[in-house]
Design a protein around this ligand. Structure first.
Ligand SMILES: [Zn+2]
Ligand SMILES: [Zn+2]
Length: 166
C-alpha cells in the first residue's frame, strides 16, 4: 500500500497534519500535532500497530502527555485523502467499543488522539483473558464444562468474574 504523500488536513479539526516516519513499520503516520491529536493511517497500517505487543512508540510518543483541542467525535468526517464520507466503525467488541472513522473508498482510518491507546489496551485485556482461560483449562481440566467455560470466558469478559472451582 502506497503511503499518502500530500500533507493531509485533519478531518476532525481542519489543521494540517504532520507526517511522522515510522521506520520499523515502513510507513508515515499523519498526526494532528497542532490541533486535536488525531491520527491518520492509510489502508492496513492500523493492523500493524493495533496489538499491544506491536511497537507503536512513534505515534504514542507524539501524543503522550500533550493536551489537544477537543473535537466533536460524533460529527461526520470527510476522508482527507479521497474526499469520501467516512463511516463510524466499531473497531473493538469491548463493553465500551472504540469507534473509529473509516473510509470505505481508500481504506484509510482516522483515530481520535486516545483511540490507538484504547484499542491496544483492549487487545491486552483480551490476551490476559485468553491466557487466564487457557490456565483454567490446563490446570483444571473438567471435561465438557471446562471447555464450555473456556469459550465463555474468551467471548465474554464479564464471565472472568465467575469463580472457577478450585
Ligand atoms: Zn485535528
Ligand atoms: Zn478515502
Amino acid at each position: 500500500m502506497k503511503d499518502t504523500e500530500k500533507t493531509l488536513i485533519c478531518p476532525a479539526c481542519g489543521k494540517e497534519m504532520k507526517k511522522v516516519w515510522f521506520e520499523e513499520k515502513g510507513f508515515f503516520a499523519d498526526i494532528c500535532t497542532d490541533g486535536c491529536g488525531g491520527v491518520w493511517l492509510d489502508n492496513r497500517e492500523l493492523d500493524k500497530i493495533d496489538e499491544s505487543d506491536e511497537n507503536a512508540d512513534v505515534i504514542l510518543d507524539a501524543l503522550n502527555e500533550k493536551t489537544f483541542e477537543p473535537v466533536d467525535k460524533t460529527k461526520e468526517r470527510i476522508c482527507p485523502v479521497c474526499g469520501a464520507k467516512m463511516v463510524k466503525n466499531k473497531y473493538t467488541d469491548d463493553v465500551v467499543p472504540v469507534e473509529i472513522d473509516a473510509c470505505y473508498s481508500c481504506g484509510g482510518k482516522f483515530l481520535d488522539n486516545d483511540e490507538l491507546a484504547l484499542i491496544r489496551k483492549q487487545y491486552e485485556e483480551e490476551q490476559d483473558l485468553v491466557d487466564d482461560a487457557l490456565k483454567v483449562r490446563k490446570y483444571k481440566p473438567k471435561g465438557h464444562t471446562g471447555i464450555v467455560r473456556l469459550f465463555q470466558a474468551m467471548s465474554n469478559k464479564a464471565l472472568m468474574h465467575t469463580e472457577y472451582d478450585e
